[in-house]
Ligand binder design. Sequence first.
Ligand SMILES: Cc1ncc(COP(=O)(O)O)c(C=O)c1O
Ligand SMILES: [Zn+2]
Length: 414
Amino acid sequence: MASFHFRCADCGAEYGEDPARLVCPRCAARQERGGPVRGGLEVVLDRLPSSWPNATADSREFLTAFLPLSDPRFLPPYPVGNTPLMPVPALRDRLGLRHLWLKDDTRNPSGSTKDRASLLVVAKAREYGIETVATASTGNAATALAAVGAAAGVRAVVFVPAAAPKAKLIQLLSYGATVFRVDGSYDDAFELCLDACAKFGWYNRNTGLNPFTVEGKKTAALEIAAAFGPERADVVLVPTGDGVILSGVAKGFADLTATGLVSGAPRLIAVQPEGSAAIARAIHERADSVTPVPGAHSIADSLTVETPRNAIRCLRDIRTSGGSAVTVSDRQIVDAIPRLARTTGVFAEPAGAAVLAGLESALEQGLVERGERIVLLVTGTGLKDVGSAATAVVVPEPIEPSLEVVADRLERTA
Ligand SMILES: Cc1ncc(COP(=O)(O)O)c(C=O)c1O
Ligand SMILES: [Zn+2]
């Protein structure tokens, strides 16, 4: 386990650990209500592993050495992460790419990358002796908190937009979370959660605000790097809403680079829907911060935010990596769901499938070279939003249970 301290991402001030301090108090004075998080705290590990685990070592032990926890026993006994990095031959053939992999984070226990952040935040809550953790969420972060909380015996209170897909809502309720459906946007839910945590003394997991959300998600990058070994990925495509997954991936590669075990980190390409593209727009306009998108909308509900809370760090991390951002239309996202499923066996929700549409766009724009080693981070399972997937397939009419009808249908569709 790693000892650590915090550094303010805005002013560089350093702080020790204090459960009541989620952001830099100096910079928090500049926080606008509803704006990107000011004074976000970044974890600086005081000591890093100096060798890769050998073949017999438990690679989880290697990963946990990068986590800011005083003791591994605080990690809930819940199988988060360690997801496969799959070579995807059929998709490689289809796209004419030789070096393409898919990091299948749909396999996390609650079905999304968000489990990684929730595992660490709940571990920290246990370390601090906190009984209730709250979060605002488009759906998956809340579900992840509810799932990990259930596994660890920690109470989850969640604030989701009333329009969150039904499967996510039912999953949340089944895990036993206290659920507030907010008649408003995700951004409204974010603000309400901030106020509720201040009033009721709950520990706030809000993404981009709680520093351990980035730290938890960095395990995706550590796993990718461990799978590649001394060689490394050139590009990772990341579906982006608030920008915390992207910053988590960046932090994982940054921590690894700091060990000296790998040289350099991949370029990170953010993929955003056209209707919710504040970060992509800022990248294209070379702006330091984002312009909010009032009424942001997309079929990729998980990527729909008016003001990306982690915008400042996410923009920095994309630029530091030498990466970029692409936008994709809702039609491209929906069409990518069956294309991804048919060429990889991975059924993703719109946010997850968006990376395939994003890769196609990045190839067209020359942001990715065909010979590069490319990783698609697929962040959420399609089972959470079959309604969106249904718009890209045709459900057949029922047939009589007769072999002739089967033969006839086969002939007509041949
Ligand atoms: C499946 C999925 N993919 C991607 C994202 C985007 O992550 P971030 O908001 O950290 O950019 C989310 C966020 O809810 C998500 O649930
Ligand atoms: Zn500061």
